[in-house]
Write a protein that binds this ligand. Structure first.
Ligand SMILES: *Cc1c(COP(=O)(O)O)cnc(C)c1O
Length: 383
């Protein structure tokens, strides 16, 4: 077993060797520019994009021509939110989103205020889920866009996408979901769920970093302003030469995730239960953050009352995991997601929180090691 044990699979996942194998030729002999239409080198690059577009689309029951490749989910979120609001801000200025969204969604929404947008942030319930009645009450004919994430990156809860989609559709607004933590991990059907825009990240699904995609429904009502000016790549939505190696890797990672979703979720669920059972028998007074049922199996976020956060982290240095979100760790910035579910007085409490991200390459041995380390550290800090 290698230490520190990697338990931060919501921050990023290691590349699956099967993905690397598909990527390699595009770094060497298949180096053509996919936009070169007059020779074999270009066609090889274009063929890689075509295959990956099919692979990514089929995971969410979309059409291949509805997939726009980007540099990641951050770019896809920016493209979706700013793209819609640049078109709509004058007529329908409102964006509705949640207080537990990824920082790049919240920051993109705020950035639209400069085109005249008005941002409504709905607070989630104590279990981390949106009460759809609050969305129903907030949405109006002034709402252009509703952006609600599919799965939360810190606490793993799954938002009720289908119910949200119905409400958004009935109001005539556009529904965007940041699915970086959901794509390939839970079943998603964009037509059934009335999703218009959906963001994907390669490195959260054992694919490469620096690539992602935006699904954009083919319908005249879902118009985006151009995100990058230049060439006509990606249906004129995103100029710039695509990276066939990265895109091929994203496609392969998507295909594996989709084919193996059922078995993988079964394995992750068993490991999460194994960890929970040990923690609950070795420690009293722990809090599992986020709904215990509506969640993905690879995430477990736990708080330990009467334990100092920094002291806990320094006692479990042989575990690579994060406390709150990856973006917030290493700084004294508290997690906005934990604050959203616990309330502002969480800052007055002496309470440590860790996020355990169990992944495809995690073993039972590592789970047992982690549980043991955490139990020991928490008991000794409480003593
Ligand atoms: C990781 C993540 C992102 C950012 O994705 P990148 O591909 O790294 O830009 C956005 N949203 C969520 C929920 C994420 O987990």
């Amino acid at each position: 077993m290698k230490t520190p044990v990697y338990l931060d699979n919501q921050a990023t996942t290691p590349l699956d060797p099967r993905v690397l194998e598909v990527m390699m030729p595009y770094f060497t002999e298949k180096f053509g520019n996919p936009h070169s239409a007059t020779h074999k080198y270009g066609w090889e690059g274009e063929a890689a994009l075509d295959i990956a577009r099919e692979q990514v689309a089929s995971v969410i029951a979309a059409n291949a021509d509805e997939i726009i490749f980007t540099s990641g989910a951050t770019e896809a979120n920016n493209m979706a939110i700013k793209g819609v609001m640049q078109v709509w801000a004058q007529k329908k200025p409102e964006i509705i989103t949640l207080n537990t969204e990824h920082k790049c969604v919240l920051a993109s929404a705020r950035a639209c205020e400069r085109y005249g947008a008005k941002v409504t942030v709905i607070p989630v319930e104590a279990n981390g889920l949106l009460d759809v009645k609050k969305l129903e009450a907030a949405i109006s004919d002034k709402t252009a866009l509703v952006s609600v994430m599919a799965v939360n990156n810190e606490i793993g809860v799954i938002q009720p996408l289908k119910e949200i989609g119905e409400i958004v559709k009935a109001a005539g607004a556009i529904f965007h979901t940041d699915a970086a933590q959901a794509f390939g991990k839970i079943p998603i059907d964009v037509r059934d769920m009335n999703v218009d825009l959906l963001s994907i990240s390669g490195h959260k699904i054992y694919g490469p970093k620096g690539v992602g995609a935006l699904y954009k429904r083919n319908h005249h009502s879902v118009a985006l302003s151009r995100f990058m000016d230049g060439g006509a790549q990606e249906r004129e939505q995103r100029a710039g030469t695509q990276a066939p190696a990265l895109v091929a890797g994203l496609g392969k990672a998507a295909a594996i995730a989709s084919n193996e979703m059922l078995q993988e979720n079964g394995r992750l669920y068993a490991m999460m239960q194994r960890f929970k059972t040990q923690i609950k028998s070795g420690l009293n007074n722990i809090i599992v953050n986020g709904d215990e049922d509506q969640r993905i199996p690879g995430n477990l976020n736990i708080s330990f009352p009467d334990v100092d956060n920094d002291r806990l982290l320094s006692n479990i240095r042989d575990l690579a995991l994060s406390s709150g979100s990856a973006c917030a760790s290493g700084t004294s910035d508290p997690s906005h997601v934990l604050e959203a579910i616990k309330g502002p007085d969480m800052h007055d409490k002496n309470e440590a929180s860790i996020r355990l991200g169990i992944g495809r390459f995690t073993s039972d041995e590592e789970i047992d090691f982690a549980a043991n380390r955490i139990i020991r550290a928490v008991n000794s800090l409480r003593a």
